[in-house]
Design a protein around this ligand. Structure first.
Ligand code: ZN
Ligand code: ZN
Length: 360
């Protein structure tokens, strides 16, 4: 089945499963825009009699070399940009809502579930997760295909450049930290290191490689996403992780110290000018996302390390044991060290505060 038909079919189903108004890539309409593009038409038609219709098959001198297409570009890229940011926004809020139900505990969970009229049992949550993962994947594939088509029709690299622009502006669909959270949610729900989903529109897989501290997500159309779960500051596994607006993930304590704020003040106290320690981008702190599911996954995975596991890993290689927790209570140690750090910081803070008020 052609992707256009598959996507149309998907959208019909999506309308029933998700909100009627949820954003999506207008694949079919944008394809029509490309088809009706006049700028490059003379070249296309002159060649159509002698050679195949694929622009990529034409010799270089017959290709349209225009840097931009005044007809397509105006509608095309601005529309795509808006759709992408709407999709990312919709996806983020829906995943957040889903995970709130999952990670909420005790009374909070009870109240949330009561509000949902007890509809959200475990299975329903997993089902909603599948719908959301399919939503972001299908739209990302549609985006990929339409940009490729654009470049093919215009034989340009504008589509490719647009993709990089989306990457720098962090509205690339698959770049959202909520996708990592959804992957972690699946692993947490299954209680395993690997889970597979046979969606209606393809195969999904989420895999946690403990020894390399890498989580991999495989989506249809051969999309493979890899997430390094090592904090670039402390070089240990991310603990109480937060993703900054640029997508880089750090332990909360590391992200706090990088922004020169105290742990008890939290990342919200960071100045908007604070830069990401990896990409040096500013304005990334206000857009932070607390990775609760990922934190839960790490805790569950590293707390449950049994001694026999440890023994069998010891003999493999030094690199593996370095990443792999040395003790059963590795997580407890991390928790303790975070707490001690917080107490120490607040003491220092109040001492300084008292000292300042005394000297005034
Ligand atoms: Zn760290
Ligand atoms: Zn960054």
């Amino acid at each position: 089945m052609k992707f256009g038909c598959l996507f149309t079919e998907y959208l019909q189903e999506e309308r029933e499963l998700l909100d009627e108004k949820c954003a999506h890539i207008e694949y079919v309409r944008l394809k029509k825009v490309l088809k009706s593009c006049q700028t490059c038409k003379p070249l296309h038609s002159s060649s159509s009699s002698s050679s195949p219709s694929l622009v990529s098959d034409l010799p270089n001198h017959q290709l349209c070399q225009c840097q931009s297409c005044p007809v397509c570009d105006q509608k095309f890229f601005s529309e795509l940009m808006k759709e992408a940011s709407d999709i990312v926004g919709f996806f983020g809020s829906r995943v957040k809502h889903l995970l709130d139900l999952h990670v909420a505990s005790g009374m909070q969970r009870y109240v949330l579930r009561l509000r949902q009229c007890f509809k959200n049992d475990r299975q329903a949550l997993a089902q909603e997760g599948r719908i959301l993962i399919e939503y972001i994947a299908m739209n990302a594939i549609a985006m990929r295909k339409i940009l490729k088509k654009y470049d093919k029709v215009h034989s340009s690299v504008n589509g490719k450049n647009f993709k990089s622009k989306m990457h720098t502006e962090h509205i690339e669909l698959l770049h959202t930290p909520w996708l990592i959270e959804l992957g972690a949610f699946y692993l947490n729900s299954s209680g395993r290191d690997c889970c597979e989903l046979n969606g209606v529109y393809g195969h999904f897989k989420c895999d946690l490689n403990v020894s390399d501290a890498v989580m991999t997500l495989i989506l249809p159309d051969s999309i493979k996403l890899e997430y390094n779960l090592t904090c670039a500051i402390c070089l240990d596994l991310v603990f109480n992780p937060y993703a900054l607006g640029c997508g880089h993930i750090f332990c909360k304590s590391c992200a706090c110290s990088a922004a020169s704020v105290m742990m008890f003040q939290g990342l919200k106290a960071a100045s908007p000018e604070s830069k990401c320690p990896i990409c040096r981008e500013d304005g990334v702190y206000p857009k932070k996302v607390r990775m609760l599911e990922l934190g839960l996954l790490m805790k569950r995975r590293y707390q449950s390390v049994s001694w026999s596991h440890f023994i069998s890993y010891v003999n493999i290689a030094i690199t593996i044991t370095r990443k792999f927790p040395r003790y059963n209570d590795y997580w407890k140690e991390r928790l303790l060290s975070e707490r001690n750090n917080m107490v120490k910081q607040s003491k220092e803070y109040w001492n300084m505060h008292n000292h300042n008020s005394l000297t005034l």
